[in-house]
Write a protein that binds this ligand. Structure first.
Ligand SMILES: [Zn+2]
Ligand SMILES: [Zn+2]
Length: 126
């Protein structure tokens, strides 16, 4: 049987929750890796996260009301993952415990931030 010389299509075929703070992603080529929510949150590709806010003065609260801390329930924290949704046929978006959901994680990007030792080694080699 002839082998296709085309690169394997990049894409996860399954994403599911593995533990309280981890996702298991299985790729179309059989690769599997565990992504912690914290890792995904830290690697959020959206413009706001890409350029961390400066240390400028905080904007005044609307109406002059005192700023209230955002309450999160129980175990939920900034790195918790509330939900994920497909974006077209090329990406997924995550909603985190802090309400942040503007990052679009293309499959290629996700594979590029795969934290498993094999992918890290391959990235080091270039
Ligand atoms: Zn972001
Ligand atoms: Zn990997």
């Amino acid at each position: 049987m002839a082998e296709l010389s085309l690169p394997v299509a990049i894409g996860p075929i399954a994403i599911f929750r593995k533990g309280p703070a981890e996702l298991l992603i299985r790729w179309v080529d059989g690769h599997e890796a565990v992504f912690s929510f914290r890792h995904l949150r830290d690697k959020c590709p959206c413009a706001a996260c890409g350029s961390k806010p400066s240390h400028g003065p905080k904007p005044a609260a609307p109406g002059g009301l005192p700023m209230m801390p955002v309450l999160v329930k129980g175990a939920e924290g900034p790195a918790d993952l509330v939900s994920l949704a497909p974006v077209g046929r090329y990406a997924v978006s995550f909603t985190f415990g802090d309400g942040h959901s503007s990052g679009i994680y293309s499959f290629e990007y996700l594979r590029g931030i795969c934290p498993c030792p094999a992918c890290e080694a391959r990235r080091r080699e270039g």
